[in-house]
Every structure is written in structure tokens, then in C-alpha cells.
Design a protein around this ligand. Sequence first.
Ligand code: ADE
Length: 245
Amino acid sequence: MRFDVVTIFPDYLAPLNLSLIGKARAKGLIDLRVHDLRDFTTDRHRTVDDTPYGGGAGMVMRPEPWGEAIDHVLASSTRPESAPTLVVPSPAGVPFTQELAKTLARTEWVAFACGRYEGIDERVLDDARQRIRVMPVSLGDYVLNGGEVAVMAMIEAMGRLVPGVIGNPESLVEESHEAGMLEYPVYTKPGTWRGRAVPDVLLSGNHAAIARWRRDEALSRTAERRPDLIDGAPSAQFDESDLAA
Ligand code: ADE
């Protein structure tokens, strides 16, 4: 899978050379290309921002370098029919979820436009929409200083879904958000630590009982921490004993 990132801080993305995503890049499973927005400026000061029309605090990213940078990314398409989705990280975007990560990971190419300051001149998105799918995406209801940290999170979430990136694909099945619930608590050795014993059922060897316990724990944890997930879940997901509880 290919990712392109346009940013004024290419070094911000350096951690994507580490760990599983770094290994996937080395193996050729992930092709990550980072572009410096300032390389697409034409003035001596490599200016990328200016004051907002209509007034107000802060600066807005000028459209010209963005237009050039996006044209450059699109021109590097290896096949005439292939085009990326352009993800624009923004607190004003649609929420980034596991579902969206899966949908995007099924495409072969995602490009990211990292805004800083108050954001990117809206005409850049309108212009790109003439040619490709453009999606403003938010990591959550809080404000970061720019899109780079959000892009790292999104590339990690999508990259680990690319076949071959995670050694044991079964570990993708039982994790939080896969069944619409949070994951159950996990334990390892030693059996007792600081006076706290691992729950007996996990040592019982009774696989049905273990599965039941894990489901119950996942459900009560989800009800407590994320009731919104339960309210939104189809009722077929719960059985009679869940509903009685
Ligand atoms: N840029 C600034 N805040 C953001 C957020 N919450 N999500 C995605 N991109 C952002």
C-alpha cells in the first residue's frame, strides 16, 4: 500500500521508520513518501501561509504551494487508472474509526495533506475534488497543532491492516473495536503478582468458559467506558443473558 504525506515538517514522520511499520517499509509492503511543502514554494522565503481573508486570529496556508504539491503527488501515479484518496487531517473532519481505517486500507493509495496554523485555503480541497476523492478526517474532539501526529496514527492504523504487516493475522480479530466492543482484560505470568491472582477461569482449560468470561468482561468494560458503542450496536450482537444483566 502506498502513502504520500505533504507537510512542512517531514521529520515529524520519522518514527514511521520504527517497529512494525518500519519493517513493513523495508519489506516493500508499505511505500511511504514524505514531501516537504516548502519545496513547492517559489519565493525566497519559502512562504506557506498568510493572513485570513475576513480577519481573525492566526494564519491560513496559501493555496499555490498546496496545488503544486498535490499535482506532483498525482503525477507520480504508476498506473493511469490509479488515484489516491486525499485525507486532510482536521478537527473539523469525519471521525477516524476502525471502519474507516479498514475501508481506506482496502484501497491501494492514500495521500495526506497536513495543515498547520488555522488550516489550508479551502479552494485547495475544492480543486482536488475535481480529480480525486477528498476526505477531511478528525482523530477526535480535541485540537492538535497540525496534521502530522494524526497522520502517524492513521498510517499506523491502516498499515497494520495491510496483509503481511502483522505476523499473526489472528491478533487483528480479537482486538478492541473489531466486534464493536472494547477488548477484554489480558494477563500473563506470574500467576500471582503483588498479591493479585490471575482470574481462575483463565487457568481452568475450559475454553467455552474462558470465551464466555471474556465476552462478559468486554461487555461490562464497554458499558462502563463507552456506553455509546453499546447503544449503537445491533441487538443481535447480544444474547439473552447479556440483556438480562
Ligand atoms: N489537526 C488538528 N487537530 C486535529 C484532530 N483532532 N484530528 C485530525 N487532525 C487534526
